[in-house]
Design a protein around this ligand. Structure first.
Ligand SMILES: CC(C)(COP(=O)(O)OP(=O)(O)OC[C@H]1O[C@@H](n2cnc3c(N)ncnc32)[C@H](O)[C@@H]1OP(=O)(O)O)[C@@H](O)C(=O)NCCC(=O)NCCS
Length: 332
């Protein structure tokens, strides 16, 4: 058999830049409570969330994703035509086809790079970062654009007492490219399908075709998700630190998926993070933006000066599946 030529890798990769987009409209807990039997005080006590953003009609998923991406590209000094891949992590794109990534690539003026969506719910950004890192290291791409974008307000039932107060809309993007030193630690990722139904769409698209069929919405077993995340994600974080050869004291920042402030606080304690580590608390202002939450929080923690450029950050994403992914990265 003729020997095949295999691409040579390029060494290391890093996150070169981060950009974000938040919808204009701020939604208070009082507004959420117009539709559910709850109170602003209960929502803050149970989740830490004070406000979230909901996108207006003109703030489409593609618009938000492309706006965040344009900022990340400008920050990295990369043009759309230099991209070798466009990856979009999302769970709220309402079309089975075409992909959101293809639409965003079109908006950005990408000529012919591959573009695809990634379905790993709230772990989607960390999954995408693992894939982008591997692509660059393997020489399959020089520059990868990775976006997390969500309009959760389209898929969350405003009358659902277990979900309505948690989620928000927004988009965050990073450019991943070559580096001279190791700057993205090995991804530690996995799935636990025994919790398959803990966060799910209900009913299926097929069922909506029945006469009188209900609209599909995201449904969640909150206490089950809470117990799983607080019980198991610290170990995932510890494994990501060990895989990167790092210890908690090396970190400048901890940027967990912004699911719920109580979950983040429990993880800080379980991981034994020293006070010198800045902890992302974006969930307080922007709610849980699913795949967008980690890049949004990364942008915020850098912009506020809480964490320094080039410092190490531990990222942990987790969500529907249930699935998870974590890695240590050098901040852009
Ligand atoms: C959703 C969540 C805040 C609910 O909090 P909880 O303490 O687990 O709530 P429970 O469902 O056990 O209910 C506890 C009490 O609060 C009440 N309650 C539930 N939802 C309420 C609401 N929206 N407002 C006011 N009270 C509510 C219940 O009726 C119950 O009252 P009771 O004790 O009198 O029976 C919590 O489970 C959670 O944060 N889960 C993780 C969610 C998450 O992060 N998801 C994203 C993952 S990607």
């Amino acid at each position: 058999m003729k020997a095949l030529i295999q691409r040579e890798g390029t060494g290391f990769s890093r996150v070169l830049s981060v950009g974000s987009y938040l919808p204009r409209r701020v939604v208070t807990n009082a507004e959420i409570c117009e539709h559910i039997d709850s109170s602003a005080e209960w929502i803050v006590r149970r989740t830490g969330i004070q406000t979230r953003r909901f996108a207006d009609e003109d703030e489409t998923l593609a618009y938000m994703a492309a706006t965040a991406a344009s900022k990340a590209l400008a920050e990295a000094g990369i043009t759309a035509n230099q991209l070798d891949c466009v990856l979009v992590a999302t769970m709220s794109h309402l079309y089975q086809a075409p992909s959101l990534a293809a639409e965003v690539a079109g908006r950005l003026g990408v000529r012919s790079a591959p573009a695809m969506d990634l379905s790993a719910a709230c772990a989607g950004f960390c999954y995408g970062l693992g894939i982008a890192d591997h692509m660059v290291i393997a020489g399959a791409a020089r520059y990868v654009l990775l976006i997390g974008a969500e309009r959760m307000s389209d898929i969350v039932d405003p009358h659902d007492r277990g979900c309505a107060f948690i989620f928000g809309d927004g988009a965050g993007a990073v450019v991943v490219g070559p580096a001279e030193e190791p700057s993205i630690g090995p991804v530690v990722w996995g799935s636990e399908p025994r919790h398959l139904g803990a966060i799910r769409q209900e009913p299926s698209w097929q069922d909506t075709r029945d006469p009188g069929g209900a609209s599909p919405y995201l449904r969640m077993e909150g206490p089950q998700v809470y117990r799983w995340a607080t019980g198991e994600m610290a170990d995932v974080g510890r494994r990501a630190l060990a895989a990167a050869g790092a210890v908690p004291g090396d970190l400048a920042a901890f940027i967990p998926h912004q699911a719920n402030l109580r979950i983040s606080e429990k993880l800080v304690v379980a991981l034994g993070l020293p006070e010198s580590v800045a902890v992302a608390t974006d969930v307080v202002r922007n709610g849980n933006t699913s795949a967008a939450s980690i890049p949004l929080a990364m942008e915020q923690i850098l912009a506020s000066g809480q964490a320094r450029i080039g410092g190490l950050a531990l990222l942990i994403g987790f969500g529907s599946g249930l699935v998870y992914a974590a890695q240590v990265v050098r901040l852009p």
